[in-house]
Design a protein around this ligand. Sequence first.
Ligand code: ADP
Ligand code: ADP
Length: 220
Amino acid sequence: EATIEVSGLRKRFGSTRALDGMTFTVLPGQVTGFVGPNGAGKSTTMRVVLGLDTADEGHALVGGRPYASLRSPLSHAGALLDAAALQPGRTARNHLLWLAHSQGLGARRVDEVIEQVGLTPAARRRAGGYSLGMRQRLGIAAALLGDPPVLMLDEPFNGLDPEGIVWIRGFLRSLAAEGRAVLVSSHLMSELQDTAGHLVVVGRGRVVADTSVADLIATA
Ligand code: ADP
Ligand code: ADP
């Protein structure tokens, strides 16, 4: 089941209220844009959905279940959280082979995702020489390895050149057209308005608007 359900999440870091009742649902078959200024709680929400962080209150479900309870979680949800978290001495292909191995997948699947994200010409070079855009592509390839029905990408447009932005927009739409639930964060509405069918706009740890892009345009 390709859904993400976030319900009443609250979380504090010391005196900072990072999440303050965050509630929304991501449905399959469309890109959901998760838009709001820096510090609004987008990354924290994604980390809580993936069980990398715990909320003080509320719950988050992937395909109707807590992520931590899924038997092979990477085949349920893939994520791009931090494109910088790469080992520089390792080639992109070796990085993916290592991740694939830990999921019981082989080189064939690795070469498929490399092709899908357009990294084939660079895949045997050390990732330390990669541009941020190439690291984003590698991170997306890693998220896709387990062919998950749910994808979460945190600021995937960061560091991409114009060609990369055009590529990723089309790629996100094609992933959604395959029936996946795709949640994509950005601090810029302009990056998502042509790509997302659904927008969840957040500020200060909560949803301030939750609408289809068609409705947003109709009421503007
Ligand atoms: P966004 O992704 O929308 O930029 P974040 O979820 O990263 O927002 O941050 C929400 C708030 O929580 C911010 O005020 C941020 O500084 C704070 N925050 C996030 N992670 C931590 C952390 N590990 N320790 C302390 N404060 C944090
Ligand atoms: P090390 O202590 O050498 O960094 P670990 O014992 O943590 O490595 O992990 C075993 C192997 O897997 C090492 O070669 C390490 O570099 C690699 N590895 C660890 N984490 C990751 C990761 N997130 N992605 C890719 N490779 C990793």
